[in-house]
Design a protein around this ligand. Structure first.
Ligand code: ZN
Length: 198
């Protein structure tokens, strides 16, 4: 890529390190950016930096947000006694899109994976256990049906069982190995409605 010059090559390299951006797309984006009015490029750069610095985890559910409490946790109309455990904020967004879930969430920000060296202490489990000391009726475990998701579900259910809180797992309508965010809303709703008690 030397023929592009160092600056452009560096830009292409940075862009192609993003997920889903191959070398061709990176080149296309790079040349697009170079031809943009400079104030637009500055706005884009500023937005990137601000998003990175201002975004944090919700104090309550650990989802990504820019306030102390995310809009869902801050909403008093939601049922705060039902907590749905999901792996990441994209899964939360998938359930929110169905519009049918009235409870709140807990976002683990990952899943237990012995093969990747990710243990229970590496995800937001401690934070969940603290929340369960409050007034909670039901814990819905909606981790993915991948090996990691199932391992995490099993670990949580063993951990929470002694508290006596009702624990349910979403139905297996969700295909094995399926990433929750790619599953259509009807399947998600069925999985939620058909949840079974653990
Ligand atoms: Zn929250």
């Amino acid at each position: 890529m030397e023929y592009f010059g160092n600056q452009i090559s560096a830009l292409i390299e940075e862009l192609s390190s993003l997920p889903g951006i191959g070398n061709k797309s990176a080149q296309r984006l790079a040349f697009h950016i170079i031809n943009m009015p400079s104030e637009k490029v500055e706005k884009l750069a500023k937005t990137l930096v601000e998003a990175r610095t201002k975004v944090r985890y919700c104090k309550e559910c650990q989802t990504i947000t820019d306030e102390e409490l995310c809009p869902i946790c801050a909403n008093e109309q939601r049922n705060h006694q039902t907590i749905m455990v999901v792996e990441n904020s994209r899964d939360l967004a998938a359930y929110e899109k169905t519009g049918a879930y009235q409870g709140v969430y807990h976002v683990l920000q990952g899943a237990i994976s012995p093969s990747l060296g990710i243990g229970p202490a590496d995800i937001k489990l401690k934070e969940l256990m603290v929340r369960l000391q409050g007034d909670v009726n039901e814990l819905i475990i909606a981790t993915n049906s991948s090996l990691e998701g199932e391992t995490t579900a099993m670990y949580i259910s063993k951990l929470v069982k002694p508290t006596g809180i009702k624990i349910t797992r979403i139905a297996s309508g969700v295909p094995v190995g399926g990433d929750l965010e790619y599953i259509d809303e009807v399947t998600l709703l069925r999985a939620l409605e058909g949840r079974i008690e653990l």
